[in-house]
Design a protein around this ligand. Structure first.
Ligand code: JHZ
Length: 392
Protein backbone atom coordinates (compact mmCIF):
# COMPACT_ATOMS: atom_id res chain seq x y z
CA UNK A 1 0.00 0.00 0.00
CA UNK A 2 1.26 3.47 -0.95
CA UNK A 3 1.31 5.88 2.02
CA UNK A 4 1.76 9.61 1.51
CA UNK A 5 4.45 11.38 3.53
CA UNK A 6 5.54 14.67 1.93
CA UNK A 7 4.19 17.33 -0.41
CA UNK A 8 6.90 19.33 -2.21
CA UNK A 9 4.32 21.54 -3.87
CA UNK A 10 3.88 22.17 -7.56
CA UNK A 11 7.11 21.84 -9.48
CA UNK A 12 8.13 22.51 -13.08
CA UNK A 13 10.13 19.91 -14.99
CA UNK A 14 13.51 19.96 -13.29
CA UNK A 15 15.49 20.23 -16.52
CA UNK A 16 13.16 22.60 -18.33
CA UNK A 17 15.52 25.54 -18.70
CA UNK A 18 13.68 28.21 -20.67
CA UNK A 19 15.32 30.91 -22.78
CA UNK A 20 12.68 33.35 -21.66
CA UNK A 21 11.18 33.20 -18.21
CA UNK A 22 7.52 32.32 -18.18
CA UNK A 23 5.39 32.03 -15.07
CA UNK A 24 3.05 29.86 -17.12
CA UNK A 25 5.37 26.91 -17.72
CA UNK A 26 3.75 23.56 -16.87
CA UNK A 27 3.96 22.52 -13.24
CA UNK A 28 3.03 19.27 -11.60
CA UNK A 29 2.32 18.10 -8.06
CA UNK A 30 5.32 16.55 -6.37
CA UNK A 31 4.06 14.24 -3.64
CA UNK A 32 6.09 11.48 -2.06
CA UNK A 33 4.86 8.03 -1.08
CA UNK A 34 6.22 4.97 0.69
CA UNK A 35 5.00 1.53 -0.29
CA UNK A 36 4.68 -0.57 2.84
CA UNK A 37 4.94 -3.85 0.89
CA UNK A 38 7.66 -3.20 -1.68
CA UNK A 39 9.47 -0.66 0.58
CA UNK A 40 9.79 1.55 -2.49
CA UNK A 41 9.70 5.33 -2.21
CA UNK A 42 8.22 7.06 -5.23
CA UNK A 43 6.47 10.15 -6.49
CA UNK A 44 2.85 9.97 -7.56
CA UNK A 45 2.69 12.10 -10.69
CA UNK A 46 4.32 10.32 -13.63
CA UNK A 47 5.30 12.54 -16.55
CA UNK A 48 5.79 10.70 -19.87
CA UNK A 49 9.50 10.06 -20.62
CA UNK A 50 9.14 11.76 -23.98
CA UNK A 51 8.22 15.02 -22.23
CA UNK A 52 11.28 14.94 -19.96
CA UNK A 53 13.95 13.15 -21.96
CA UNK A 54 14.08 14.49 -25.48
CA UNK A 55 16.49 16.08 -27.92
CA UNK A 56 16.94 19.13 -25.67
CA UNK A 57 17.98 17.39 -22.47
CA UNK A 58 20.75 19.56 -21.00
CA UNK A 59 22.31 17.41 -18.25
CA UNK A 60 25.81 16.14 -19.14
CA UNK A 61 27.45 13.44 -17.00
CA UNK A 62 30.95 14.57 -17.85
CA UNK A 63 30.58 18.17 -16.63
CA UNK A 64 32.42 17.59 -13.34
CA UNK A 65 35.84 16.15 -12.63
CA UNK A 66 34.32 14.14 -9.75
CA UNK A 67 32.02 12.26 -12.15
CA UNK A 68 34.68 11.88 -14.83
CA UNK A 69 37.03 10.21 -12.39
CA UNK A 70 34.24 8.09 -10.88
CA UNK A 71 33.43 6.68 -14.34
CA UNK A 72 37.10 6.12 -15.15
CA UNK A 73 37.62 4.24 -11.90
CA UNK A 74 34.54 2.11 -12.52
CA UNK A 75 35.60 1.25 -16.05
CA UNK A 76 38.93 -0.05 -14.70
CA UNK A 77 37.09 -2.07 -12.07
CA UNK A 78 34.71 -3.56 -14.66
CA UNK A 79 37.58 -4.53 -16.97
CA UNK A 80 39.53 -6.11 -14.13
CA UNK A 81 36.66 -7.96 -12.46
CA UNK A 82 34.44 -8.91 -15.39
CA UNK A 83 36.30 -8.23 -18.65
CA UNK A 84 33.01 -8.08 -20.60
CA UNK A 85 32.78 -9.10 -24.24
CA UNK A 86 29.89 -6.70 -24.63
CA UNK A 87 28.94 -3.90 -22.27
CA UNK A 88 25.53 -2.33 -22.72
CA UNK A 89 24.90 0.96 -20.98
CA UNK A 90 21.32 2.07 -20.38
CA UNK A 91 21.27 5.88 -20.21
CA UNK A 92 24.76 6.46 -21.58
CA UNK A 93 24.31 10.25 -21.56
CA UNK A 94 27.38 11.87 -23.20
CA UNK A 95 29.51 8.73 -22.93
CA UNK A 96 31.30 9.52 -19.66
CA UNK A 97 31.62 5.77 -18.98
CA UNK A 98 31.19 4.22 -22.42
CA UNK A 99 34.19 5.94 -23.94
CA UNK A 100 36.58 4.15 -21.56
CA UNK A 101 35.79 0.89 -23.37
CA UNK A 102 36.77 -0.38 -26.81
CA UNK A 103 34.30 0.69 -29.47
CA UNK A 104 33.50 -2.87 -30.55
CA UNK A 105 32.78 -3.98 -26.98
CA UNK A 106 30.51 -1.23 -25.69
CA UNK A 107 27.15 0.05 -26.85
CA UNK A 108 24.88 2.73 -25.47
CA UNK A 109 21.19 3.44 -25.11
CA UNK A 110 20.40 7.12 -24.76
CA UNK A 111 16.94 8.44 -25.68
CA UNK A 112 18.04 12.08 -25.52
CA UNK A 113 19.06 12.49 -29.13
CA UNK A 114 21.36 15.46 -28.49
CA UNK A 115 23.38 13.33 -26.05
CA UNK A 116 23.34 10.15 -28.17
CA UNK A 117 24.78 12.25 -30.96
CA UNK A 118 27.86 13.00 -28.85
CA UNK A 119 28.81 9.33 -28.39
CA UNK A 120 27.89 8.51 -31.97
CA UNK A 121 30.29 11.19 -33.14
CA UNK A 122 32.94 9.32 -31.17
CA UNK A 123 31.89 6.18 -33.09
CA UNK A 124 30.20 4.36 -30.23
CA UNK A 125 27.14 2.40 -31.32
CA UNK A 126 24.31 4.27 -29.55
CA UNK A 127 20.57 3.65 -29.77
CA UNK A 128 18.63 6.88 -29.31
CA UNK A 129 15.51 5.12 -28.01
CA UNK A 130 13.83 4.50 -24.66
CA UNK A 131 14.78 1.34 -22.81
CA UNK A 132 11.95 -1.17 -23.25
CA UNK A 133 11.21 -4.68 -24.51
CA UNK A 134 11.07 -3.58 -28.12
CA UNK A 135 14.51 -2.01 -27.97
CA UNK A 136 16.02 -4.86 -25.99
CA UNK A 137 14.90 -7.41 -28.57
CA UNK A 138 16.15 -5.18 -31.37
CA UNK A 139 19.59 -5.00 -29.75
CA UNK A 140 19.51 -8.73 -29.09
CA UNK A 141 18.94 -9.44 -32.77
CA UNK A 142 22.09 -7.54 -33.67
CA UNK A 143 24.42 -8.21 -30.72
CA UNK A 144 22.94 -11.48 -29.31
CA UNK A 145 23.59 -10.88 -25.60
CA UNK A 146 25.35 -8.55 -23.21
CA UNK A 147 27.51 -9.96 -20.43
CA UNK A 148 27.59 -6.65 -18.64
CA UNK A 149 24.73 -4.18 -18.38
CA UNK A 150 25.40 -0.91 -16.63
CA UNK A 151 23.00 1.84 -15.73
CA UNK A 152 23.66 4.90 -13.57
CA UNK A 153 20.96 7.34 -12.55
CA UNK A 154 18.57 6.07 -15.19
CA UNK A 155 16.37 3.20 -14.01
CA UNK A 156 14.88 5.39 -11.25
CA UNK A 157 13.71 7.66 -14.07
CA UNK A 158 11.56 4.99 -15.73
CA UNK A 159 8.04 4.48 -14.46
CA UNK A 160 7.50 0.89 -15.60
CA UNK A 161 10.15 -1.04 -13.66
CA UNK A 162 8.60 -4.37 -14.64
CA UNK A 163 9.31 -3.68 -18.27
CA UNK A 164 12.79 -2.37 -17.39
CA UNK A 165 13.81 -5.64 -15.76
CA UNK A 166 12.04 -7.86 -18.29
CA UNK A 167 14.01 -6.05 -20.98
CA UNK A 168 17.25 -6.55 -19.04
CA UNK A 169 16.47 -10.24 -18.52
CA UNK A 170 15.94 -10.68 -22.23
CA UNK A 171 19.45 -9.61 -23.21
CA UNK A 172 21.63 -10.33 -20.16
CA UNK A 173 23.72 -13.48 -20.68
CA UNK A 174 23.23 -16.36 -18.22
CA UNK A 175 26.41 -15.49 -16.36
CA UNK A 176 26.10 -11.79 -17.06
CA UNK A 177 26.28 -9.04 -14.50
CA UNK A 178 24.01 -6.03 -14.12
CA UNK A 179 25.40 -2.98 -12.32
CA UNK A 180 23.08 -0.18 -11.35
CA UNK A 181 23.83 2.93 -9.35
CA UNK A 182 21.53 5.58 -7.99
CA UNK A 183 21.22 7.95 -5.04
CA UNK A 184 20.82 6.05 -1.81
CA UNK A 185 17.53 6.52 0.00
CA UNK A 186 19.32 6.10 3.32
CA UNK A 187 21.72 8.97 2.55
CA UNK A 188 18.87 11.06 1.23
CA UNK A 189 16.89 10.66 4.47
CA UNK A 190 19.95 11.02 6.72
CA UNK A 191 21.02 14.23 4.94
CA UNK A 192 17.53 15.67 4.70
CA UNK A 193 18.24 15.88 0.97
CA UNK A 194 14.64 16.29 -0.13
CA UNK A 195 15.95 17.85 -3.35
CA UNK A 196 16.75 14.36 -4.62
CA UNK A 197 13.04 14.33 -5.36
CA UNK A 198 11.93 15.93 -8.60
CA UNK A 199 9.72 14.73 -11.41
CA UNK A 200 12.56 12.85 -13.16
CA UNK A 201 13.28 10.81 -10.02
CA UNK A 202 10.22 8.61 -9.98
CA UNK A 203 11.87 6.32 -7.43
CA UNK A 204 14.65 6.65 -4.89
CA UNK A 205 16.08 3.18 -4.37
CA UNK A 206 17.25 1.50 -1.20
CA UNK A 207 18.96 -1.89 -1.02
CA UNK A 208 15.77 -3.12 0.64
CA UNK A 209 13.54 -2.09 -2.25
CA UNK A 210 15.96 -3.17 -5.00
CA UNK A 211 16.32 -6.62 -3.43
CA UNK A 212 12.55 -7.12 -3.39
CA UNK A 213 12.06 -5.65 -6.84
CA UNK A 214 14.60 -7.80 -8.70
CA UNK A 215 13.73 -11.05 -6.95
CA UNK A 216 10.63 -11.28 -9.13
CA UNK A 217 12.96 -11.40 -12.15
CA UNK A 218 15.16 -14.15 -10.70
CA UNK A 219 17.92 -11.67 -10.06
CA UNK A 220 19.82 -10.97 -6.83
CA UNK A 221 22.33 -8.46 -5.49
CA UNK A 222 25.79 -9.96 -4.89
CA UNK A 223 27.73 -6.86 -3.92
CA UNK A 224 27.05 -3.25 -2.95
CA UNK A 225 29.51 -0.39 -3.07
CA UNK A 226 28.91 2.90 -1.31
CA UNK A 227 29.73 5.95 -3.40
CA UNK A 228 30.08 9.61 -2.55
CA UNK A 229 28.63 10.67 -5.89
CA UNK A 230 25.32 12.51 -6.12
CA UNK A 231 25.21 13.08 -2.38
CA UNK A 232 25.68 9.39 -1.54
CA UNK A 233 24.81 6.64 -3.96
CA UNK A 234 24.78 2.86 -3.96
CA UNK A 235 26.21 0.72 -6.70
CA UNK A 236 24.42 -2.63 -6.85
CA UNK A 237 26.11 -5.62 -8.51
CA UNK A 238 23.41 -8.04 -9.64
CA UNK A 239 23.43 -11.57 -11.07
CA UNK A 240 20.97 -14.26 -11.94
CA UNK A 241 19.85 -16.24 -8.86
CA UNK A 242 20.81 -19.52 -10.53
CA UNK A 243 24.36 -18.35 -11.30
CA UNK A 244 26.28 -20.02 -8.47
CA UNK A 245 29.69 -19.07 -9.80
CA UNK A 246 29.46 -15.65 -8.18
CA UNK A 247 29.38 -15.57 -4.41
CA UNK A 248 27.28 -13.08 -2.49
CA UNK A 249 29.42 -10.65 -0.51
CA UNK A 250 28.86 -9.48 3.05
CA UNK A 251 28.38 -5.94 1.78
CA UNK A 252 24.81 -6.88 0.82
CA UNK A 253 23.59 -8.04 4.23
CA UNK A 254 25.57 -5.21 5.82
CA UNK A 255 23.74 -2.56 3.81
CA UNK A 256 20.36 -4.24 4.36
CA UNK A 257 20.89 -4.40 8.10
CA UNK A 258 22.07 -0.76 8.22
CA UNK A 259 18.89 0.24 6.40
CA UNK A 260 16.74 -1.86 8.72
CA UNK A 261 18.46 -0.39 11.77
CA UNK A 262 17.71 3.07 10.43
CA UNK A 263 14.05 1.95 10.12
CA UNK A 264 13.83 2.40 6.35
CA UNK A 265 11.20 -0.34 6.31
CA UNK A 266 9.01 1.68 8.62
CA UNK A 267 6.58 4.38 7.48
CA UNK A 268 7.22 6.44 10.61
CA UNK A 269 10.76 7.21 9.35
CA UNK A 270 9.28 8.93 6.30
CA UNK A 271 6.76 10.85 8.39
CA UNK A 272 9.68 12.18 10.48
CA UNK A 273 11.64 12.99 7.34
CA UNK A 274 8.66 15.04 6.14
CA UNK A 275 8.71 17.05 9.37
CA UNK A 276 12.49 17.69 9.07
CA UNK A 277 12.05 18.85 5.49
CA UNK A 278 9.45 21.43 6.51
CA UNK A 279 11.86 22.73 9.16
CA UNK A 280 14.69 22.80 6.60
CA UNK A 281 12.56 25.03 4.37
CA UNK A 282 11.84 27.49 7.20
CA UNK A 283 15.52 27.60 8.26
CA UNK A 284 16.83 28.12 4.73
CA UNK A 285 14.43 30.98 4.04
CA UNK A 286 15.46 32.56 7.35
CA UNK A 287 19.16 32.46 6.37
CA UNK A 288 18.44 34.02 2.97
CA UNK A 289 16.24 36.74 4.46
CA UNK A 290 18.81 37.66 7.10
CA UNK A 291 21.53 38.00 4.46
CA UNK A 292 19.32 40.06 2.18
CA UNK A 293 18.32 42.37 5.06
CA UNK A 294 22.02 43.36 5.15
CA UNK A 295 21.95 44.11 1.42
CA UNK A 296 24.42 41.37 0.58
CA UNK A 297 24.60 39.65 -2.78
CA UNK A 298 23.81 35.96 -3.19
CA UNK A 299 24.26 33.85 -6.30
CA UNK A 300 23.70 30.14 -6.94
CA UNK A 301 26.36 27.68 -8.05
CA UNK A 302 25.31 24.63 -10.09
CA UNK A 303 21.93 24.90 -11.83
CA UNK A 304 20.95 21.42 -10.73
CA UNK A 305 17.68 19.56 -10.94
CA UNK A 306 17.95 19.45 -7.17
CA UNK A 307 18.09 23.25 -6.95
CA UNK A 308 14.87 23.38 -8.96
CA UNK A 309 13.11 21.46 -6.18
CA UNK A 310 14.55 23.74 -3.48
CA UNK A 311 13.78 27.02 -5.26
CA UNK A 312 10.22 26.04 -6.07
CA UNK A 313 9.48 24.40 -2.72
CA UNK A 314 10.94 27.32 -0.73
CA UNK A 315 9.71 29.90 -3.23
CA UNK A 316 13.09 31.56 -3.74
CA UNK A 317 13.36 33.94 -6.66
CA UNK A 318 15.63 36.67 -8.06
CA UNK A 319 14.96 38.96 -5.11
CA UNK A 320 17.13 36.54 -3.15
CA UNK A 321 19.43 34.89 -5.70
CA UNK A 322 20.73 37.24 -8.40
CA UNK A 323 21.77 34.50 -10.81
CA UNK A 324 23.18 30.99 -11.03
CA UNK A 325 26.51 30.03 -12.57
CA UNK A 326 26.91 26.69 -14.33
CA UNK A 327 29.43 25.15 -16.72
CA UNK A 328 26.82 23.29 -18.81
CA UNK A 329 26.55 24.87 -22.29
CA UNK A 330 22.83 24.05 -22.69
CA UNK A 331 21.88 25.73 -19.42
CA UNK A 332 23.65 29.02 -20.18
CA UNK A 333 21.55 32.14 -20.61
CA UNK A 334 18.43 30.30 -19.60
CA UNK A 335 16.27 30.47 -16.50
CA UNK A 336 16.02 28.19 -13.50
CA UNK A 337 12.91 26.07 -14.03
CA UNK A 338 9.88 27.79 -12.53
CA UNK A 339 11.86 30.79 -11.32
CA UNK A 340 12.90 34.13 -12.76
CA UNK A 341 16.58 33.50 -12.00
CA UNK A 342 19.02 33.61 -14.87
CA UNK A 343 21.82 31.08 -15.39
CA UNK A 344 25.13 32.43 -16.59
CA UNK A 345 27.87 30.38 -18.18
CA UNK A 346 30.47 29.91 -15.45
CA UNK A 347 33.37 32.36 -15.43
CA UNK A 348 35.49 33.14 -12.40
CA UNK A 349 34.74 36.87 -12.69
CA UNK A 350 31.03 36.18 -12.07
CA UNK A 351 32.00 35.53 -8.46
CA UNK A 352 33.57 38.96 -8.05
CA UNK A 353 31.77 41.21 -5.55
CA UNK A 354 29.53 38.37 -4.46
CA UNK A 355 29.08 37.82 -0.73
CA UNK A 356 27.35 34.43 -0.62
CA UNK A 357 27.03 31.46 -2.93
CA UNK A 358 24.18 29.01 -2.54
CA UNK A 359 25.40 25.53 -3.44
CA UNK A 360 22.88 24.18 -5.93
CA UNK A 361 25.38 21.39 -6.56
CA UNK A 362 26.07 20.63 -2.87
CA UNK A 363 26.97 17.09 -3.95
CA UNK A 364 30.12 18.60 -5.51
CA UNK A 365 30.93 20.70 -2.44
CA UNK A 366 34.57 19.56 -2.22
CA UNK A 367 35.23 20.05 -5.92
CA UNK A 368 33.64 23.51 -5.88
CA UNK A 369 35.20 24.75 -2.63
CA UNK A 370 38.56 23.62 -3.96
CA UNK A 371 38.03 25.49 -7.18
CA UNK A 372 36.85 28.68 -5.50
CA UNK A 373 39.62 29.22 -2.98
CA UNK A 374 40.02 32.84 -4.10
CA UNK A 375 36.34 33.58 -3.39
CA UNK A 376 36.73 32.13 0.11
CA UNK A 377 40.01 34.00 0.66
CA UNK A 378 38.27 37.23 -0.24
CA UNK A 379 35.72 36.63 2.51
CA UNK A 380 33.03 34.97 0.38
CA UNK A 381 30.86 32.34 2.05
CA UNK A 382 28.85 29.35 0.85
CA UNK A 383 25.31 28.43 1.87
CA UNK A 384 23.93 24.91 1.82
CA UNK A 385 20.77 23.25 3.06
CA UNK A 386 22.37 19.81 3.43
CA UNK A 387 22.21 18.24 5.97
CA UNK A 388 20.81 21.37 7.65
CA UNK A 389 20.60 24.91 6.27
CA UNK A 390 23.76 26.79 7.22
CA UNK A 391 26.53 29.09 6.12
CA UNK A 392 29.83 27.30 5.53
P1 JHZ B 1 24.31 17.31 -10.74
C1 JHZ B 1 20.92 15.41 -12.82
O1 JHZ B 1 20.64 16.01 -11.57
C2 JHZ B 1 19.65 14.97 -13.44
P2 JHZ B 1 21.38 17.31 -11.10
C3 JHZ B 1 19.42 13.51 -13.47
N1 JHZ B 1 18.02 13.28 -13.36
C4 JHZ B 1 20.09 12.76 -12.38
O2 JHZ B 1 19.63 11.74 -11.97
C5 JHZ B 1 21.37 13.26 -11.87
O3 JHZ B 1 21.83 14.36 -12.62
C6 JHZ B 1 22.42 12.22 -11.94
C7 JHZ B 1 27.24 22.13 -12.66
N2 JHZ B 1 28.60 22.31 -12.14
O4 JHZ B 1 25.27 16.33 -11.27
C8 JHZ B 1 27.11 21.11 -13.74
C9 JHZ B 1 29.23 23.52 -12.34
O5 JHZ B 1 28.69 24.43 -12.97
O6 JHZ B 1 24.37 17.56 -9.29
C10 JHZ B 1 25.69 20.62 -13.55
O7 JHZ B 1 24.79 21.46 -14.24
N3 JHZ B 1 30.51 23.68 -11.87
C11 JHZ B 1 19.93 12.93 -14.74
O8 JHZ B 1 21.16 18.38 -12.08
C12 JHZ B 1 25.45 20.78 -12.05
O9 JHZ B 1 26.42 21.70 -11.59
C13 JHZ B 1 31.15 22.71 -11.16
O10 JHZ B 1 32.30 22.93 -10.74
O11 JHZ B 1 20.92 17.56 -9.71
C14 JHZ B 1 25.61 19.49 -11.30
O12 JHZ B 1 24.50 18.69 -11.52
C15 JHZ B 1 30.47 21.49 -10.93
C16 JHZ B 1 31.14 20.41 -10.14
C17 JHZ B 1 29.20 21.32 -11.44
O13 JHZ B 1 22.89 16.78 -11.16
Amino acid sequence: MNKFFLNLGVQPLANNFLKKYSAKQPKYNLKLYFNTKSKMVSISKRIPSSVMFNSKYPYRSSMSSTMRSSFKQLSNEIKKKFNPKLLLEIGSNDGALLTHFDKDRAIGVEPCKNLAKITRAKRYYTYDDYWDLKLSSKIKKKFKEADLIYSANTLTHISNLNEVFKSINLILSDEGVLIIEDPSLLECIKNNAYDQFYNEHIYIFSALSVKKLIHAFDLEIFDIEKLDTHGGSLRYFIKRINNNKIKIKNSVSKQISTELKFDLANFLTYKKFGISVKKSKIDLIKIFKEIKSKNKKIIGYGATAKACTVLNYCNIDNEIIDYFVDTTPDKSNKFMPGKNIKIKRYEKTLLDNIDYIYLGAWNFKNEILNKEKKFIKNGGKFITHVPTPRII
